[in-house]
Design a protein around this ligand. Structure first.
Ligand code: UDP
Ligand code: MG
Length: 337
């Protein structure tokens, strides 16, 4: 039986680019079928769009049953879209891509080839090629793409993002490639591992890394967005990075404890010095500036640490409530979950 690849596409208000996406993906699907005997399905996840994205998806499905869709009851964010896509994918493989053609569909055959090691069968299938279907000749479970064209981005965003990857790798046990994107193809065991992770606060790039498996990284150049606009503002990016850090690192909490210990030691030593000084020289009334500076400093630090702990507590609270990551309002298939 032919294998199936699910192409997962989260979309939020993408009415302008969706027709272009279908136009671009159709020849690639045909090529995958003809050259690799690979069946494909496209699974759009409408993330609570307020434009006519959903109507478009319905019409795509009517024309072609292998174009499926899920629609959320509101905007739950791209991370939720990724999870819903992976949970509802029927394929032996799945690939995540953006709707805006910034992840070029033309790269799919190459990614599939790298993932499975299956040679392009051009009708001259010999025993070696048929063997490769039985024995996995390639040790990779996932092919992940990283951006190799950061120069195209604005100065601010480029530096912020490379700082983010450096900081994440230092402060957590993850090892992420600078420029890592969500553009990634993976096999069924890896998909199952990802959807088995129950956390509500999902930072997919971290989860992909955390579950392990063998990943090959390939560079790619992002295309220009042909229409519509990016949904990321700088503020959103900062809060995303903060979420990522808190979900995968305990270092901020450790810094709190260490600084707490250091300040206790400093106050103990200063106390001792003052005690001895008073015994030797008497007690001239001095040191008010030191006093209020210390108070301000300690007050500030205590508040800061309470804040950091509060952030972790808020996350624990959210996880404990076990709210669903997304709610499906409509899908092409009523068995969608
Ligand atoms: N997206 C989504 N939900 C959101 C924001 C974005 O599903 O809340 C989708 C969007 O439709 C696109 C992909 O995520 O397919 C990447 O979004 P965008 O192009 O805005 O991000 P950028 O390329 O600027 O990082
Ligand atoms: Mg984009």
């Amino acid at each position: 039986m032919n294998r199936l690849l699910t192409i997962i596409v989260p979309c939020f208000n993408e009415q302008e680019v969706l027709p272009l996406f279908i136009e671009a993906i159709t020849p690639v699907r045909k090529e995958l079928f003809e050259k690799n005997e690979l069946n494909t399905e496209v699974l759009f996840v409408d993330d609570g769009s307020s434009d006519s994205t959903l109507e478009l998806l319905r019409s795509f499905h009517e024309k072609d049953e292998s174009v499926r869709y899920i629609s959320f009851s509101k905007n739950f964010g791209k991370e939720a879209g990724i999870l819903a896509g992976l949970k509802n994918a029927k394929g032996d493989y799945a690939v995540l891509m953006d709707a805006d053609l910034q992840h070029p569909p033309a790269l799919l055959p190459k990614m599939y080839w790298e993932l499975t090691g299956s040679s392009v069968s051009d009708g001259t299938a010999d025993t070696d090629a048929s063997m490769s279907k039985v024995l996995p000749v390639n040790p990779y479970d996932s092919i992940a793409m990283y951006r190799d064209d950061r120069k195209k981005e604005g100065f601010f965003r480029r530096h912020f993002s490379s700082m983010f990857f450096k900081l994440m790798n230092k402060l957590s046990k993850l090892n992420m490639v600078n420029g890592a994107t969500d553009f990634r193809m993976m096999n069924r065991p890896m998909i199952n591992a990802i959807i088995s992770m129950p956390e509500t606060n999902r930072f997919s790039k971290g989860i992909f890394n955390w579950v392990g498996f063998n990943t090959k990284w390939l560079p790619f150049e992002t295309g220009e967005r042909p229409a519509g606009e990016s949904k990321w503002t700088f503020g959103k990016l900062i809060s995303y990075s903060f979420d990522a850090l808190l979900s995968f690192s305990e270092v901020p909490l450790k810094i709190c404890s260490w600084l707490g210990i250091i300040f206790c030691l400093i106050s103990f030593i200063t106390g001792l010095v003052h005690f001895i000084k008073t015994l030797v020289f008497g007690d001239p009334v001095a040191g008010f500036p030191t006093l209020y500076l210390m108070m301000l400093l300690l007050g500030g630090i205590v508040l800061l640490f309470l804040g950091i702990m509060g952030q972790y507590m808020a996350r624990i609270y959210l996880e404990i409530k076990q709210r669903p990551v997304y709610i499906i309002k409509e899908s092409d298939d009523s068995s969608g979950q």
